[in-house]
Design a protein around this ligand. Structure first.
Ligand code: A5P
Length: 215
């Protein structure tokens, strides 16, 4: 069974958690790419918001109703991928640079569901940790942060922030998350706390492992 099949299996399991009438946050990435058709096939009456233009266009093409997030102040469920998943539920996200929007959407959702293939769980999170910096004074922010590289391919987020990757090794994701969040000029970072996460669905071969962190 390939990684792609594992992604698809996790995404299809997540699509089954969505019910008629729900407001749904759609994540970004190659795993979410399998979620969108699975959700569209269910033919539910749902209202969606998207964490990226890429997801918004793909969802719209499939017939899902995507609204600007400013039209809603809370979501019933959000479903998204992850780059790394620690045993205690800490995540690293933002490989695709959409982590600031992804965290806002995850936080707005009553249930945040993570979907992944079996390469994503890890014993301990490792750098890089994606960051988004305010453009104003970003060289000074970079100096404070120390080991951050600015992405060459897609240095800016759709909100104009500078996307980079924090590269220094760390032991405690909570401590690093608090320090990054407390540093002026840092708009967002890709460390997602277990407090945000409801369910983690990981494809393992033909099976989907479900871990429930909260109901
Ligand atoms: C996008 O910014 C990321 O947070 C993705 O959700 C994450 O990188 C997982 O992506 P894949 O599903 O493509 O692995």
């Amino acid at each position: 069974v390939s990684t792609e099949q594992e992604k698809m299996a996790a995404a299809e399991a997540a699509a089954l958690l969505v019910e008629d009438g729900m407001t749904v946050g759609l994540g970004t990435g190659t795993t979410v790419a399998y979620l969108l058709p699975a959700l569209a096939r269910r033919g539910l009456d749902i209202r969606c918001v998207a964490t990226s233009d890429r997801t918004a266009s793909a969802a719209t093409r499939l017939g899902l109703a995507v609204e600007p997030f400013n039209a809603l102040d809370a979501l019933d469920i959000a479903i998204d991928g992850a780059d790394q998943i620690a045993p205690d539920g800490w995540l690293i996200k933002g490989g695709g640079g959409a982590h600031t929007r992804e965290k806002i959407v995850a936080c707005a959702a009553a249930r945040f569901v993570v979907i992944a293939d079996s390469t994503k769980p890890t014993f301990a999170l490792q750098p890089p940790v994606p960051v988004e910096l305010l453009s104003f004074g970003h060289r000074a922010t970079l100096r404070v942060l120390g080991r951050v590289t600015v992405r060459a391919a897609a240095p800016h987020s759709p909100d104009g922030g500078i996307i980079g990757d924090y590269l220094a090794p760390f032991d405690d994701p909570g401590e690093l998350a608090a320090w990054l969040s407390g540093t002026p000029g840092v708009i967002g970072h890709g460390l997602f706390s277990p407090d945000l996460v409801s369910v983690i669905l990981v494809g393992h071969g033909n099976q989907v492992e479900k871990r429930t962190l909260r109901g």
